[in-house]
Design a protein around this ligand. Structure first.
Ligand SMILES: Cc1cc2nc3c(=O)[nH]c(=O)nc-3n(C[C@H](O)[C@H](O)[C@H](O)COP(=O)(O)O)c2cc1C
Length: 333
């Protein structure tokens, strides 16, 4: 009995020692909560600097549509899904929520819905008149006179957006000039711009190159990446628009890391070529696709002596060598 009792006492002692050692180790090596610096009497201590994740940026759909810029638009309303332009030869539609809009306005809503984006419509201060012919006369005169119509100032905070879809109808090969006023009054530097348009017969015309030259520090996606919906196909285009939003979002992501996606980036790449002798293909590879190019000849001799490559916002001037097979880049202007 005595031996059993001793054995038991021995075991208890060993267990006790193990527990004490374990407790010591835990207390000694457990990470301690840092003591707070004592706050001064009546003063708040500085909050500990915490890692703040960049707030997720949103997308915006910015657009101009004629029906939202004419007087008494509701008098000229067409049936949504019906024969657009049949009644007044103007695209005046009503959205599900009872708002008057036009073809581009409808596309804008589909895009915003699919992309989860905010939406902003550009409005001129002086509305255009009905019938359409009168608007057309005014627009042609605006183009001849270089007029940019006044717009209702925007109160949007554009800093919160990184991707901006910009939509407009084709108005004589350009976007409506109210868009130029908007771009002059608002800073869209550093944004990814995704163009979309609705036309009658002329597609985008020069609108995307115009956008690129007006926004040299924004990455403007190309005509090929943009969305073009002819006014006669509008009501069959919802699904196509939704699919386009999904694919173009990926292109917008890759544009963020492409130095040639801005006109300023292209110009810098062109400047790096000054003094070098290159082929047209090499210029395209290093600077991107040109809008057009021309070759100058020296009169009767018909030997090609110069080459000009036109980009949105600048021109590459070259001395042509080897009868136009290669070009020595002289200046960028
Ligand atoms: C003033 C004016 C000029 C236009 N010029 C052209 C043109 O040059 N080429 C073209 O394809 N469509 C032209 N259109 C047609 C519009 O681009 C087309 O109807 C578009 O779908 C209208 O969009 P909206 O309803 O959003 O304004 C013009 C329309 C107007 C009102």
């Amino acid at each position: 009995m005595k031996t059993k009792a001793r054995l038991l006492a021995g075991r208890i002692a060993v267990v006790t020692i193990i527990v004490v050692v374990a407790l010591f180790v835990i207390v000694k090596f457990m990470p301690q909560a840092k003591p707070q610096a004592p706050s001064q009497a009546g003063l708040q201590t500085e909050p500990q600097a915490e890692f703040q994740a960049e707030p997720q940026k949103k997308s915006l759909v910015l657009y101009f549509s004629r029906a939202e810029n004419i007087a008494d638009a509701s008098e000229y309303l067409n049936t949504l899904g019906g024969d657009v332009d049949a009644i007044t030869s103007a695209s005046v539609l009503m959205t599900d929520s009872g708002k008057i809009t036009g073809n581009v306005g409808l596309l804008a809503r589909w895009i915003a819905e699919e992309a989860g984006a905010d939406i902003h419509s550009i409005h001129v201060k002086d509305l255009y008149p009905q019938p359409k012919k009168e608007t057309q006369n005014i627009v042609l005169q605006e183009q001849l006179d270089g007029v940019w119509p006044e717009i209702v100032p925007s109160t949007e905070e554009f800093d919160q957006y990184d991707v901006i879809y910009i939509g407009f109808p084709n108005w004589y090969a350009e976007p409506p000039r109210a868009l130029y006023t908007f771009l002059e009054e608002n800073d869209l530097d550093g944004k990814i711009i995704i163009p979309f348009t609705s036309d009658d017969t002329n597609g985008f015309s020069d609108s995307v190159d115009i956008l690129k030259s007006k926004l040299p520090n924004a990455a403007v996606l190309s005509v090929e990446d943009g969305l073009l919906v002819n006014r006669k196909e509008l009501f069959d285009a919802k699904e196509r628009t939704q699919k386009w939003v999904k694919t173009v979002a990926l292109k917008a992501e890759s544009a963020k890391n492409d130095p040639l996606s801005t006109s300023e980036g292209q110009k810098a790449a062109a400047q790096a070529l000054i003094g070098q002798t290159v082929t047209h293909e090499e210029i395209k590879e290093k600077v991107g696709e040109d809008i057009s190019f021309s070759k100058g000849t020296n009169g009767c001799a018909r030997e090609i002596t110069s080459g000009r490559f036109y980009y949105p916002g600048f021109v590459i001037y070259c001395q042509s060598d080897d009868h136009g097979k290669t070009y020595t880049v002289l200046s960028i202007d």
